[in-house]
Design a protein around this ligand. Sequence first.
Ligand code: TMP
Length: 264
Amino acid sequence: MIFLALTIYTNQISEVLMNHIQGSLIHEGKAKRVFACENPNRVLIEFKNDATAFNAKKRSEIDGKGRLNCKISAALFKLLELNGIPTHFLELQSETFMIADKINVIPLEVVIRNIATGSLCRETPINQGTILNPPLLDYYYKDDELGDPILTEKRLKLLDLISTSQIEEVETITRSVNKILKEYFDDLDLLLVDFKLEFGFNSLGKIVIADEISPDNCRFWDKTNSDPKGRILDKDRFRQDLGGVIDAYEEILKRIEKDSSNAS
Ligand code: TMP
């Protein structure tokens, strides 16, 4: 039985390899690998089990994380596409691989916060849990060696990575995504505390959301749990050594899947 299951699994993997991976690894990041496809405008993205924090100073491997982040990201990208938000996502290829547009990555991390926590509270006197209305949107320059520094508006313009109108477009998309996801998760009894988006240009030169949307780059608090540590259902469990990382990620996927089965 186990052998049969393994054979089916192995066949699935080789089908993925035969049909969609040309063999060339384009890029390996901390949590994902990007492979070329037969179609030059597409890539295959593999979600790894590696977990890192504090610019990879803290590292671990968490069994099952890649699968969960891949499935959660796919579900959220689909939700955004249904709401008219352009993303790089095309199709889920397997439990840990997705097919996406090949993009030119814009080296920016766009963080939007609904509730104050994390670096905002470490770096300013703003109290934990302060409601941020309107949500606070900040840009960080994506460069591990520089420690992803926060950018002022003037520094962002000085860097000239994208035009002023493209900055406005990125901001409009990020605020729309926040509105859509905040309402969506609220119905799943989850507070969307904050999250980070990355963007790129697809082959048509259009700005699309890239990377992933998962508990690795979002903070979720369980509305049904008032314990400040117990309610955390995201990578803060790893960052703060709280344990139960996979259980938390499973819970997010479970609520998303329950919602989609109710909808169909
Ligand atoms: P921060 O409070 O540590 O600045 O994080 C804000 C949000 O951005 C949080 O949801 C986690 C996410 N994030 C990333 O996805 N990658 C990063 O490198 C960092 C620092 C934060």
